[in-house]
Write a protein that binds this ligand. Structure first.
Ligand SMILES: Cc1cc2nc3c(=O)[nH]c(=O)nc-3n(C[C@H](O)[C@H](O)[C@H](O)COP(=O)(O)O)c2cc1C
Length: 178
């Protein structure tokens, strides 16, 4: 049975909703799935999984600190093990899905892509094939101005159940494609 690891950080619940939807979709697609917070993933070797999903909110257009710290620690570890090679050759059967939630109040998706691309870079360095880089709009909890007057308009209630259902379906497709 193929397996997946989902690691995510979430402070107000948006990224957690996406992580749970991905988990359900991957399980429906036939994968065995472990779901962890960054601190719980410190001792886990990413290379034992067929698919690693890494999720974070955009925090000042970067990954949240627990995610950034985990990825830096993994890069240092894998470098010490000789796994970080020039030209980042792909390691057969290793896949990664990046997901980032954001509210985009000032400049829209441009506030999220640096966070997603940063997470992606780590997995490209690890030799993983990137099977998805997903950006999901989430309500800016506790900031009515940023949830109603921002670049993306009224984003209260996002991600919606419909949006989560689509994420679930897309994750199921990924699972089947592995
Ligand atoms: C301190 C802080 C900084 C944030 N910075 C950004 C940002 O730079 N760009 C953006 O689009 N959203 C930003 N947000 C909004 C969050 O990325 C967004 O609401 C996200 O979905 C929250 O995820 P969570 O509920 O999983 O914690 C910020 C939120 C907080 C609390």
């Amino acid at each position: 049975m193929k397996s997946a690891l989902i690691v995510y950080f979430s402070s107000t619940g948006n990224t957690q909703k996406v992580a749970y939807a991905i988990k359900e979709g991957l399980e429906n697609g036939g994968l065995q799935v472990d779901l962890k917070k960054p601190q719980e993933a410190e001792e886990i070797d990413f290379y034992i999984y067929d698919l690693v999903c890494m999720g974070s909110p955009s925090i000042e257009w970067q990954p949240a600190k627990p995610v950034a710290d985990l990825l830096k620690a993994k890069l240092n570890l894998y470098r010490s093990q000789g796994k970080i090679l020039p030209c980042a050759p792909k390691v057969a059967g290793k896949n990664a899905l990046i997901f980032c939630t954001y509210s985009g109040p000032h400049t829209g998706i441009d506030e999220a892509t640096p966070a997603g691309k940063t997470m992606r870079q780590y997995f490209e360095h690890f030799g993983f094939k990137i099977v998805g880089e997903w950006y999901v709009v989430g309500e800016f909890h506790g900031r009515m101005d940023n949830s109603t007057l921002g670049k993306l308009g009224d984003i209260r209630g996002k991600p919606t159940l419909d949006e989560l259902a689509k994420i679930k379906k897309d994750a199921q497709q990924i699972a089947k494609s592995l």
